[in-house]
Design a protein around this ligand. Sequence first.
Ligand code: NOJ
Length: 512
Amino acid sequence: MLSKRVVLLLAACLVSIAEAALWPAAADSHQSPLTLSRAGAVNQFPDGFMLGAATAAYQIEGGWDADGKGESIWDRMLHEHPEYGTNGDNGDVACDSYHKYAEDVQALKNLSANVYRFSISWPRILPNGDTDVINQAGIDYYNNVINLLLENEIQPLVTMYHWDLPQALQYIGGWPNSILADYFVEYARVLFENFGDRVKFWITFNEPPAIVSGYANQGGAAPSQPAPGIGDYLAAHTLIKAHARVYHMYQEQYKALQQGYVGITLNCDWYEPVTNSTEDVEAAERGIQFMMGHYAHPIYSEEGDYPPVMRQRVDANSAAEGRPRSRLPSFTSEEVAYIRGTSDFFGLNHYSTLLATSGETGSVPSKEHDSGVISYGDDSYPQGSASFVRVIPWGFRKLLNWIAAEYPGYPIIVTENGYPDWGGLDDKNRTSYYTSYLAEMLKAINTDGNNVIGYTAWSLLGNLEWSSGFTIKFGLYQVDFNDTERPRTAKDSVQTISQIYSNKELPIEYFP
Ligand code: NOJ
């Protein structure tokens, strides 16, 4: 049996070996240290490219109240309101990864993954949301996961917040209350202190639009506190400030020793104008600004702050509604400067493409109404089991190019991309989704010259698709939720993906 110290030393060595291989020295000092040279052929991944799969705590762990874990807003919502979910499904047991994480690491190994994106459950670490109680069993669990990954030469890419806020912090209003940034900073500090010696890639938040939708809509996302066009903008404002504070804290207190990277994961569809008319082209651009620019512009743009088009439209609508202030809060100029540039990489979740045109939509007030963008799926493309996924691979390349042009200099990690099916091990549709999307990503890298440095497929395991329950199946591995052992079985797509991952190339036949 290796002592804990030896395991940690081994882990540290593996990280530095992996780092040396992953990141060749930057060509000049203005380049991000996370710059990879494009590959020699369009179908090859650059040297050092991270290839793996992703999950999130509430969707896979189970053990919802095990060993001192606190209650999260998702625990609360789906216990109190099973009707907001599907078939009464919830994350109480899910894939039972709290007990079966070693099988998950084995599944990653079989996939030839060199990176695993997973999230840490805030209430498993801090049951009250605050540092008055630090749950050692929670720390031990993630230490075990991280150490096992490193023993298997798999980089941990860790999301700090994938939607499971401690319920204790919802009692004080949740994210619309700006005090939450203070709590998040202290939670992040606990993570850096306990795991930062081995975790080199941190994502503060996953998909802010989904987080804040819990303060806009009834029933979709926790905590289901509907104040559309108000609560969601306030929550977003807190998230952006919390992200920036954690980034600065890492730079000032941990970077020198831990040598890691901190970013955020934003999600966006590609918005394709319905016609070439100026109105439609502007609507498509506005769709991206309202969905992703809301967060990306303050953090990644040269000028910082909210996108001008958002400022202008929400201010105007608020005034027209007779309000004494804009529903979209403002940053001070010091805050704008403080937030700008607070990411080492751009995490992107991308699934599909929407058609966009301009027009009145959504209730008043709401972000949808403020955007004035009518968007819908193009039904000439095939759809997965979740209605928001239509298989439109070319939109992926367009979006990667849009991000690289709008926010130059930031390496991109594709932190989610995947296909939902209806079940069964024969998943040709998934294989074809992945191969066609990877082909477009490789074109964006090798043909268009964008610095994409990693890709984690959603998802490693079939899991709880939030309020859609277990009916929508994104997993490369099927999990039998009727069996108390929760056995994992590789779907057919695993064979193709693992070959691609181990050869570091996509067979040329997948390029149209
Ligand atoms: C976005 C989320 O991050 C993840 O939790 C979810 O399961 C997938 N997309 C699929 O909807």
